[in-house]
Design a protein around this ligand. Structure first.
Ligand SMILES: Nc1nc2c(ncn2[C@@H]2O[C@H](COP(=O)(O)OP(=O)(O)OP(=O)(O)O)[C@@H](O)[C@H]2O)c(=O)[nH]1
Length: 301
């Protein structure tokens, strides 16, 4: 399947294909939307993410045609572009499947949620590509993957960057279904985005049991401290009251961005190890109970 990539691409509605960015280097940081979640699976197999990068840059570079999904082969590093059908459906359907296969790293789905323009895409781009640039609003959802090495173990984060604009709110829950972790992002210079983060949390509470997923509250744009409308104490207090992890970041200055993702990754891994430990203990207990009666007597001596 080939995709025409056009500068100044049009936005798409659910069910129609959108356009992707065309500037060179887009191959490296070019974002595809993942396949449509189950509930909208009647739409074509994948939604494409609209170019998020500056019009000027796009004008500079002109049209190109790129085969769908071939960016993977052309790029190095840990950013991957999802190929339609490769990611998404099964996982969005809700099954968390941390360990892909024996010997393979754990795989976790992490979703970025928050109002428009709070910096979700910028945080993802900074973390995955160590890059920061002027971006256009996300349409639908963008998708990154990154392998995180935590020393004792490594894990793969599938990062879903959702659109924050109000008009996409109603479809966002389709993207956070099946998530293992959520970054709830607000802009410290916008009180409304902090209020909205609290609203997002209510949406999450409808979808997940308490403690089922790791949620980190992230106050972004600390480089704009003079315009701050939400104090660090307010952020902390809210996070504590809801038992969320909490950090403030600046995607622009690369302040605490890696720390946010690493902290979430560590928490996910710890939970997984605890779960595995519990399973092993339960299996051991079951094995003990299933021993032949004579053997049990012997051990009970
Ligand atoms: N000063 C400053 N600007 C930032 C920071 N992070 C993002 N921005 C800017 O804020 C604007 C919005 O950033 P995005 O990353 O597109 O925000 P988003 O939350 O993904 O927005 P939607 O796609 O609409 O949901 C862009 O102009 C960014 O350059 C930051 O840490 N500091």
């Amino acid at each position: 399947m080939h995709l025409a990539l056009r500068p100044g691409g049009r936005r798409f509605d659910l069910g129609a294909e959108g356009w992707a960015p065309s500037w060179p280097g887009a191959a490296a940081s070019y974002l595809f939307s993942p396949p449509v979640p189950t509930a909208v699976a009647t739409a074509p197999a994948c939604l494409w993410r609209e170019a998020k990068f500056s019009q000027a840059r796009r004008r500079e570079k002109g049209d190109r045609e790129l085969p769908c999904g071939t960016q993977n082969a052309q790029q190095s590093g840990s950013l991957e572009v999802s190929r339609p059908g490769e990611h998404g459906m099964a996982q969005v359907a809700g099954a968390s499947r941390p360990r892909a296969a024996p010997g393979q790293p754990f795989v976790f789905k992490l979703v970025l949620l928050g109002s428009g323009s709070v910096g979700k895409s910028s945080l993802a781009l900074r973390y995955v590509k160590n890059d920061f640039r002027s971006t256009l609003p996300t349409v639908g959802c963008a998708f990154f993957t990154k392998v995180v090495d935590l020393g004792a173990a490594s894990l793969k984060l599938e990062i879903w960057d959702t659109a924050g604009q109000e008009k996409y709110h109603s479809v966002c829950h389709l993207y956070f279904r099946g998530a293992n972790a959520v970054l709830l992002v607000y802009d410290i210079t916008r009180k409304d985005s902090f209020d909205m983060a609290q609203q997002w949390l209510k949406d999450l509470e409808k979808e997940f049991h308490p403690g089922e997923i790791v949620v980190m509250l992230v106050g972004n744009k600390t480089d704009l401290g003079e315009e701050r409308e939400v104090t660090i104490e307010e952020g902390k207090e809210f996070a504590e009251s809801k038992r969320l992890l909490f950090m403030e970041t600046s995607a622009r200055l690369n302040h605490q961005v890696t720390e946010v993702f690493s902290a979430v990754a560590r928490e996910l891994l710890q939970r997984e190890e605890r779960k595995e430990g519990q399973t092993q203990r339960r299996d051991a207990r079951l094995a003990l109970n299933e021993r032949p009666a004579g053997q049990a007597k012997c051990c009970a001596r």
